[in-house]
Design a protein around this ligand. Structure first.
Ligand code: A3P
Length: 291
């Protein structure tokens, strides 16, 4: 199968992008959201797969046992803006989804979200992850995924990331842009990866309350068992082992998860308090403000 190899980055309305994201732009912008759609949004590597799988199971775990073993998660929760021919585009997959509600994933900065999602008052779940673990994860993901540009070495990648010059642009603008949207758009649930690790049950209860779901204790337990890091790492439907552009021998998709270590970041930027304040302090304040 023909796959794009290491596409070039370019400036797209002020954000670093590649053609894999922009080639289907008109269809993405004209996408017809439905009122019961749920948009799952993240900066890449913030735990998109984890939260997508949780929501998928909360809605559809009881529906059809074959679905859980035969349809990879990225087909159940299409990636709205992706376009890698000959694979079906994200918009095509979303248009053909047989389930209700449709769960749709995006990494777009908030200003690029198709307007029908807002017009239809779709519910939005955004998950943020701290910049340090996020950038380490993104670096390894760029190494193993040939649909992304070459990462270069770690210090170059880190510098690019800090300057907002990796695909999807600035982490800071992304988490902040969506945070600001939350202030004016009520059908919005903003979550933090770290909170989900620290107090999974509380976060799931908050999520269910937002979604209007009341799973039984047994259902919640089953979901919990399925979405542990180890279960998802073993599960071919969630570990991306079926995706040809990802070389898991270079770096597994499910890499470290909850035990991720950002020591490299800190050692590199220990002498830059401004950077640490911007990327750590303000993030922690937002986490506190979410309560
Ligand atoms: P690491 O690279 O730090 O391991 P995304 O789905 O947005 O691409 O994010 C992938 C990151 O989320 C990876 O981080 C992955 O290990 C982590 N992740 C996926 N499932 C997880 C789970 N069940 N628990 C904790 N982290 C998970």
């Amino acid at each position: 199968m023909e796959v794009p190899l290491r596409p070039e980055m370019f400036d797209f309305h002020g954000v670093s992008m590649t053609n894999v994201i922009t080639d289907n732009w008109d269809n993405v912008q004209n996408f017809k959201a439905r009122p019961d759609d749920i948009l799952i949004s993240t900066y890449p590597k913030a735990g998109t797969t984890w939260i997508s799988y949780i929501i998928d199971l909360l809605y559809f775990e009881n529906m059809d046992p074959d679905r859980q073993t035969s349809i990879p998660l990225h087909e159940r929760v299409p990636f709205l803006e992706i376009c890698v021919p000959p694979l079906p585009s994200g918009t095509d997959l979303a248009d053909k989804l047989p389930t209700t509600p449709r769960l749709i994933k995006t990494h777009l900065p908030v200003q690029f979200v198709p307007k029908s999602f807002w017009e239809q008052r779709c519910r939005v779940v955004y998950m943020a992850r701290n910049a340090k673990d996020n950038v380490v994860s993104y670096f390894h993901f760029n190494r193993m995924n040939s649909a992304l540009p070459e990462p270069g070495d770690w210090s170059t990648f880190l510098q690019d990331f800090m300057e907002g010059k990796r695909v999807y642009g600035s982490w800071y603008d992304h988490v902040n842009g969506w945070w600001e949207k939350k202030q004016t758009y009520s059908d919005f649930h903003y979550m933090f990866y770290e909170d989900l690790i620290e107090d999974y049950e509380k976060e799931i209860d908050r999520l269910c309350s937002f979604l209007g779901l009341s799973p039984s204790v047994e259902e919640k337990e089953r979901v919990r068992a399925s979405v542990t890091f180890d279960s998802m790492k073993q599960n071919k439907m969630t570990n991306y082992s079926t995706v040809p552009v990802m070389n898991q021998e270079v770096s597994p998709f499910m890499r470290k998860g909850p035990t991720a270590c950002w020591a490299t970041f800190v050692s590199q930027y220990l002498l830059s308090p401004v950077v640490l304040i911007k990327y750590t302090f303000s993030y922690t304040l937002s986490r506190l403000a979410a309560f």
